[in-house]
Design a protein around this ligand. Sequence first.
Ligand SMILES: Nc1ncnc2c1ncn2[C@@H]1O[C@H](COP(=O)(O)OP(=O)(O)OP(=O)(O)O)[C@@H](O)[C@H]1O
Length: 212
Amino acid sequence: MEPLLSVRGLAVSRGGRRAVEGVDFTLSAGQALILRGPNGIGKTTLLRTVAGLQPPAAGQVEADPDAIAYAAHADGLKAALTVAENLEFWRLVFGGPPIAAAIQAMDLGALVQRPAAMLSAGQKRRLGLARLLVTGRRVWVLDEPTVSLDAGSVALFADAVRGHLAQGGAALMATHIDLGLPEAQVLDLGPFRAVGAPLRSRAPASFDEAFG
Ligand SMILES: Nc1ncnc2c1ncn2[C@@H]1O[C@H](COP(=O)(O)OP(=O)(O)OP(=O)(O)O)[C@@H](O)[C@H]1O
């Protein structure tokens, strides 16, 4: 079976410094891969590279760029639009399926008329994940998808991923928690830490805006 995503000898850099290198994996229809590794090892950087938001430092990422739906830490919601309007907006952008199934999958029925600005953190995250379902894209690339979700919502998300895989999709996810997806493979990035990469990088003095 032709893989939907193929990563070969991939090295990724952030801030001019290599994070991980020599990463190889493929994802075919119906497969999920979970990236693990300590804070700062390069999970987000690797996902951004796979999504085409930054170039590889070395190696290749092969995928149809129109097959990938990327969900970053931030949910990318339109604050003034309602839940339904946000989903309709993304459906129109991507040309995906009707929004009703996404609303049901992420249990947003009671919130459809509420502006995104008036959602709780977990509700925003559920809307951000519902967005994936209206993209109609086959390869989900997800960075910490369950942050802010309660246990019930994590289970809904796991069901959505399972449904996506069953329909011939694939998913690449960075997460620190157990998603309840035993069928997913796990790739620990620890052994791929680039030679010379710091174990924990130190933030510059001006970095800590919130607490400075
Ligand atoms: N904006 C930035 N500018 C420069 N370096 C950065 C920037 N953001 C992150 N880095 C550095 O790049 C490296 C990889 O960071 P990345 O966010 O990919 O790690 P991660 O594995 O996703 O971490 P976490 O588990 O904390 O989310 C880290 O060493 C980090 O310090």
